[in-house]
Design a protein around this ligand. Structure first.
Ligand code: UD1
Length: 428
């Protein structure tokens, strides 16, 4: 059943919001567990549907998966012999499924992973993933919609340079190199905290990985890895969402579990714009109580730059902040679906290529809108909170993929948000 959020605008969100482990790390760490025979335990795992999909994918590879969403624990029991195929129906539902590619080539010498279709935020190739694995000695080709990588004799360390610091390619090359013979250097890698998280888990499994968090990772291959227990890094995008929620609604939110250091670009921008940002014992706090912060320019960039996943929140913020500003999207084409929906809410925003120019208005005007992905959906809910009257945000299943019980967390901060069934379309 499709659901929507009914959002009544007006509240200044005040209180605490808690973030748990990052979706974009937890899913990858589940794939990393494939590298070692035995029971690996992940803690601080978010209670989201994507974890279920990844669990199903791993089960089909022969892995025993025990997921307790309430406790945030996933136990993965990896047998000696595992499969090597990630089916299209699962990859289609969860693009992060491609992170099994590296571990499977390394462990099994073969991986057949369905090529994902577009997932509504622009086209994303797998060329860098393929080139990296080829440099490690794998043969890679695409057949019948599957990317097939084989390395029957095992992988061989190599010096690799990524043309672009792709998060996914960095992960797949890193997780393949840990069991390769000899040393691999990977240059121009992604530096996201989620990459560091993977490297730390790999190290705890016995891998020899250096340099994660910098532009060059060095891996000394080992023969085998051991299972481990690892806590997922806190979700910086969820934490950033709460930071923008405080700034946009002119409220004050302490983000418990948030790591300010992982959000230097967005928190720095909010501070410059007139918000108070303080590091607290349990996380950080953003306050815009009693004032209207200024609009600011944003250009998305690989970490440590401004995250593309927070771009829809910057747009929503600028739509009601003081003054004009430009948001530039440098990572994904066509990731401006939030804009047309914000315009339905009365935002003054124009798209020009990969830029969006906004002129802040005092208040948006409630209307029905449609979420197209996780972040735009959550950003539209925040927009509804600074809109006059009622906003109906449909496509809640997108939001549920990144924000467990979003409406409950918002209500705890004083927001008027309810979940309800969506009306049947009249011409279905
Ligand atoms: C991950 C995140 C996503 C985030 C993105 C950028 C997950 C599940 N998703 O996606 O939320 O928005 O990082 O921070 O972790 N590219 C190529 N060829 C490749 C690989 C990538 O051209 O082989 C391009 C893509 O088209 C895109 C850009 O590189 O324009 C960034 O992609 P990448 O960093 O790989 O993002 P993902 O890992 O897919």
């Amino acid at each position: 059943m499709r659901e929507r959020f009914r959002v009544v605008g007006g509240a200044h969100l005040v209180g605490q919001a808690t973030v748990v482990g990052a979706k974009n790390s937890a899913l990858k760490l589940m794939a990393v567990a494939l590298l070692a025979v035995g029971r690996t335990t992940l803690t601080n795992v978010p209670a989201i549907a994507d974890v279920m999909i990844m669990a199903e994918l791993l089960r089909r590879l022969g892995v025993g998966v025990d997921y307790d969403p309430e406790a945030g624990v996933v136990v993965l029991d990896v047998p000696e012999r595992i499969g090597h195929r990630a089916d299209y129906e699962l990859v289609r539902a969860l693009r992060a499924s491609i992170s099994v590619l590296g571990p499977l080539v390394a462990r099994v010498g073969e991986a057949d992973v369905a090529v994902p279709g577009g997932d509504a935020i622009g086209s994303r190739g797998l060329d860098l993933h393929a080139a990296g694995l080829e440099a490690l000695g794998a043969e890679v080709h695409v057949t019948h919609g599957y990317l097939v990588a084989t390395a029957p004799q095992g992988l061989q360390g190599a010096d690799i340079r990524l043309d672009f610091p792709s998060v996914g390619a960095t992960e797949n090359v890193l997780t393949a190199a840990v069991l390769a013979r000899g040393t691999t250097t990977i240059d121009n890698v992604a530096r996201e905290p989620e990459i560091v998280d993977i490297a730390e888990m790999l190290q705890s499994m016995g891998a020899r990985v250096e340099g994660a968090g910098t532009s060059r990772i060095t891996v000394h291959g080992v023969d085998s890895l051991a299972p481990t227990r690892h806590a997922v890094v806190p979700d910086r995008i969820a934490a950033g969402t709460w930071a923008f929620a405080a700034a946009t609604t002119r409220g004050q939110i302490e983000v418990v579990g948030g790591v300010a250091d992982h959000l230097r670009a967005p928190l720095g921008a909010l501070e410059q714009a007139g918000c108070d940002v303080t590091v607290t014992e349990r996380g950080f706090c953003v306050s815009a109580l009693g004032r209207r912060p200024r609009a600011f320019d944003v250009a998305t960039l690989p970490y440590p730059g401004f995250p593309t996943d927070l771009q829809p929140f910057a747009l929503t913020y600028n739509a009601v902040a003081d003054g004009s500003a430009m948001v530039t999207e440098n990572l994904f084409e066509a990731r401006f679906r939030t804009v047309q929906e914000l315009a339905r809410l009365g935002a003054d925003a124009q798209i020009d290529g990969h830029h969006v120019m906004t002129h802040g208005v005092e208040l948006l005007s409630g209307a029905p809108v449609e979420s197209s992905d996780i972040r735009s959906g959550a950003a539209l809910v925040l927009a509804g909170l600074v809109a006059d009257g009622e906003t109906l945000v449909s496509g809640v299943h997108h939001i549920d993929r990144g924000y467990p019980r979003f409406e409950e967390a918002l209500r705890a901060l004083g927001a008027d948000v309810t979940r309800e069934p969506e009306d049947e379309p009249p011409f279905a």
